[in-house]
Write a protein that binds this ligand. Structure first.
Ligand SMILES: Cc1cc2nc3c(=O)[nH]c(=O)nc-3n(C[C@H](O)[C@H](O)[C@H](O)COP(=O)(O)O)c2cc1C
Length: 352
């Protein structure tokens, strides 16, 4: 059914227009308590075998929505009601900004991929904080992903992240420092350990100072050289971070300028996960994202050492019930393998 709607309606419309209409629809749903609760009851993961605890937070399942869809924290609860175990909102910057000129979002349907150069369009940290303060009608784990305001020069980057962290860390189930999006000039340079150390140290101080000690993760690019992946992993351990999210979109492609996501990213994303797991074992929570399309992909990431898995492009092509379907199939797979909990799958095929 969704395939028909996608082929005959959605793909004929401008990709960003579809995106905004979807977010608006879901924001409306988020404000409709009864429907939201009914959907949550029908679609959210409720099977105890799927429950996972990571960095002290309880997740009803492993599969969440990656950052970039709900940039302004407008509809996280509705997304959770559709079957995602968690929603990472953002990227949010300290100051509101319009992002890059349109068009800036392109579907590559034949490759089951998307290219975007959105450039962190968002209403800023204070506006997001106001939305996150609204009480939640359904249980939803909400991570908050923060990035650098475009006009802020690199020497002031840490202070800019700290402004966002102060506003948002107290409201987040976990906080993510995004230094890996390709569409803010100079952002990915912050992945160099010499710049990343002071940045993460300052943001961690903010997280450690919140009443619940907000867990802190860093999100990295697939285009890092392998040695740099190791260096970030070592730094995350040294600073006592809670985890690493790998990966963001890649610039290694021939399509329109921007970051590529979806199927072509799958192999590199898995490779980075395996490298991280080999480096840090189970001392950090690894969140795998990039090219996840179905239950086999999620299972493979778990076996390779991811505790949580995220997707975005797979949802665009898979339709609204994508996450609910995958969680249902995952529960079946857990039992098929004679396990009582999905936690038993994590890292099973990773070298010890
Ligand atoms: C349209 C779009 C916008 C995105 N915006 C962000 C963002 O603001 N911050 C971020 O950390 N990642 C962003 N991403 C990257 C995703 O979170 C994810 O890391 C990447 O798309 C790979 O996952 P996928 O192949 O499942 O889409 C965006 C991705 C897409 C497709």
């Amino acid at each position: 059914m969704y395939r028909l709607v996608f082929t005959h309606v959605l793909r004929r419309l401008d990709a960003e227009t579809v995106h905004h209409r979807t977010v608006r629809g879901l924001a409306l749903l988020a404000r409709t308590p009864l429907l939201k609760r009914l959907l949550h009851r029908a679609l959210a993961p409720h099977d105890p075998a799927l429950r996972i605890t990571a960095f002290g937070v309880h997740f009803p399942g492993p599969l969440g929505l990656a950052a970039g869809f709900d940039k302004d924290a407008a509809c996280a609860e509705a997304v959770a009601a559709l079957g995602f175990s968690h929603v990472e909102v953002g990227t949010i910057t300290a100051h509101a900004q319009p992002g890059n000129p349109r068009p800036r979002l392109f579907r590559l349907v034949g490759e089951r991929a998307v290219v975007n150069r959105m450039g962190f369009n968002n209403a800023g940290a204070q506006a997001a904080a106001r939305r996150l303060r609204r009480t939640r009608g359904v249980p939803a784990v909400v991570g908050v992903n923060i990035g650098k305001t475009k006009v802020v020069p690199e020497p002031e980057a840490a202070a800019d992240y700290v402004t966002s962290a102060k506003e948002l860390a107290p409201l987040a189930d976990y906080l993510v420092v995004n230094v890996s999006s390709p569409n803010t000039p100079g952002l990915r340079d912050l992945q160099a350990v010499s710049l990343l150390r002071p940045l993460l140290t300052s943001v961690k101080e903010v997280c450690d100072g919140t009443p619940r000690r907000t867990p802190l993760l860093v999100k990295i690019a697939p285009d890092l050289a392998d040695d740099d992946v190791d260096a970030v992993a070592d730094l995350a351990l040294e600073l006592g971070l809670d985890g690493i999210i790998a990966t963001n979109t890649t610039i290694a492609h021939d399509g329109p300028t921007g970051g590529l996501s979806g199927r072509p990213l799958k192999a590199r994303s898995l490779e980075v996960l395996r490298r991280l797991r080999a480096r840090v074992g189970d001392r950090l929570t690894l969140v795998s994202v990039g090219g996840v399309e179905d239950v086999d992909d999620v299972w493979e990431r778990l076996l390779a050492g991811a505790t949580l898995v995220q997707g975005y492009t797979g949802w665009i092509y898979g339709g609204p019930l994508w996450a609910a379907r995958i969680h249902r199939r995952l529960a079946r797979r857990v039992r098929l393998h004679g396990m009582t909990s999905i936690g038993e799958a994590i890292g099973r095929t990773a070298p010890r």
